[in-house]
Write a protein that binds this ligand. Structure first.
Ligand code: F6R
Length: 248
């Protein structure tokens, strides 16, 4: 595991965007795995800036998002497809057909997930995967206890995640309880992984993921087994790791 510890959430976002931009420049046909949530918003804004001001070219890039709520249409303002369009795809020159987000309204969600796996394989696999982390250590919507080798499928969110995500909805009851999500096994096949985390609320999960045992109880700890994984953290998210590990 590699670490980039930054002073602020802004610096974390800039560093992550720079790294994505480098990879896109050196491989314009790259397949990216993307995440939603509060953490990557400023990183996407920086990628949009790099596109507008420095000509970062997305015309041959392909993307697969990690997850989507079950039962929410793409037009819903809390769907992850809506988030991606609003924060990135609407503002860069990526052909819409190159962007993939699981369909939360699929008539057969299990088939939707199987087809998604097949599509990723056909595209040559994910070259660079962006991850956030849940305060309970989840990656994508793989909650504690999900299998290390799980594949894209229908998952149930824990009460903790519903509570964390309630800030995006009018009422906590509106947060969907199920989602479609890439599996831990799917994520681990990405050639390179960047995990970003800011805020003190992530500090414990970061500590456990890095210094704790590799366990399905903390899905992000599985990343210890990945050969090319970098955590980009702000000082608040890195605080416990800095204090309790001899690494820094
Ligand atoms: C989102 C995703 C989730 C988030 C995580 C952190 O696509 O896969 O695992 O990365 O829940 O969310 P934020 O960034 O809102 O704290």
């Amino acid at each position: 595991m590699n670490f980039i510890i930054t002073e602020s959430s802004e610096e974390m976002s800039r560093k992550a965007a720079e790294l994505f931009a480098q990879r896109i420049r050196s491989n314009p046909n790259i397949v990216l795995g993307l995440a939603t949530g509060g953490t990557p918003e400023k990183m996407y804004a920086e990628l949009v800036r790099l596109h507008r001001e420095e000509g970062l070219d997305f015309s041959r890039v392909t993307t697969y998002n990690l997850d989507e709520y079950l039962g929410i249409p793409a037009t819903h303002d809390q769907s992850y497809r809506y988030f991606m369009n609003k924060n990135l795809f609407d503002h860069v020159n990526i052909p819409r057909e190159n962007t993939h987000v699981l369909n939360g309204m699929a008539a057969d969600p299990v088939k939707e997930c199987r087809d998604y796996e097949d599509a990723i394989k056909k595209a040559g696999g994910i070259g660079l995967q962006l991850l956030g982390i849940g305060s309970n250590g989840h990656i994508a919507f793989n909650e504690p206890g999900s299998k290390a080798d799980s594949r894209t499928g229908v998952v149930t969110l824990t009460g903790n995640t519903v509570k964390d995500n309630a800030r995006f909805f009018e009422k906590a009851e509106d947060v969907p309880k199920q989602a479609l999500s890439m599996g831990n096994g799917t994520i681990m096949e990405a050639k390179e992984i960047i995990l970003i985390a800011d805020k003190e609320s992530k500090a414990e999960a970061i500590l456990k993921s890095v210094e704790g045992p590799v366990t399905e109880d903390v899905p992000a700890s599985l990343l210890q087994k990945h050969t090319n994984c970098t955590f980009i953290l702000d000082s608040a998210a890195a605080a416990k790791l800095k204090k309790e590990s001899g690494r820094f």
